[in-house]
Design a protein around this ligand. Sequence first.
Ligand code: M6R
Length: 352
Amino acid sequence: GKSGYDHYMLKEIHEQPTAIRQCLHERVVELEREIAVDSVASLSVPDRVQLVACGTSYHAALYGTRLLRERGVPATAFLASEYDVDAVPVDRETLVIGVTQSGETADTMTALREANSVGATTLAVTNVVGSSAARECDRAMYVRAGPEIGVAATKTFVSQQIALVVLASELTGEYDVDLVGALRDLPGQLQSVLDDSRARTVAEEYLDADAYFFIGRSYNAPVALEGALKMKEITYKHAEGFAAGELKHGPLALVTDRTPVFALVTEGANPTKTIGNVKEVETRGAPVVAVTDGCSDVERYADFVLEVPETHPALAPVLANVQLQLVSYWVANDLGRSIDKPRNLAKSVTVE
Ligand code: M6R
């Protein structure tokens, strides 16, 4: 059941601290400052990594590429539906990772089969034990979010992010001590975001908006995309997310006083440059909602601030994303939408 929540989505948003703990269990041994993932322990550092995924899982994959590149591994994320179309070069030295909550998404399965057919090493990062992706791939790493009922992916996205953090560390042997410590604190910090969030107030304030924009750089760029996807799918309102630098290459023309802009501004993700973009939209009368860890003076330009606790720069987007989930949830709730089963959408997309 929904355990007293009005929707599975809200319940699952609140299950995220637990989802993180489950994902880390026996993988991150804080005392020994060590990360160990059985399913990939014997893999050598790959020449290159390709991540294939759809939708929200693609946003997790984009986040994963950054974690890997930071550790010196060339990594690229592909929309699974474009993988064959793009004629991506793939060979035996490539590790292809399918990021798929359900493990049943048709496009992702097609991409993984193609990778297997040319002899690449394949790994499924999935939530479902024994799913098609888990069976198709050479290896499987389970994200352990527990069953997700809401069509909107929430806790599985967080679990994918955490799984990719530990995977990137394990694959490369780079155990960042600060990151390990920050992982330990993350569930409690996420809980504090849930307890203290002002997302409901923000949602009410901008319920009549024409459109919602989401901007962020670096680690936060995938979260900007994810914030917009969540907003679209459960509220049916127009939303766009993009890397903040793209703003002046087109989208700025859409910005008015009826298009709130959510700016992700956290330590280590080029806050100064993103504040530059914030000023550009503020000048044009757009309401600004800053999702920030207090690393800058962005609140001077913001109409609302949604705070996240300070953490390791690589984990800030995990917390920032939760604020965006809550904003979308409350907008959808206040508009009376069918939150757990949005129109036209299915939980598992088993046709190409
Ligand atoms: O099961 P998968 O992770 O492969 O699903 C991929 C997408 O269909 C999925 O992430 C979808 O975008 C979300 N349900 C949206 O919230």
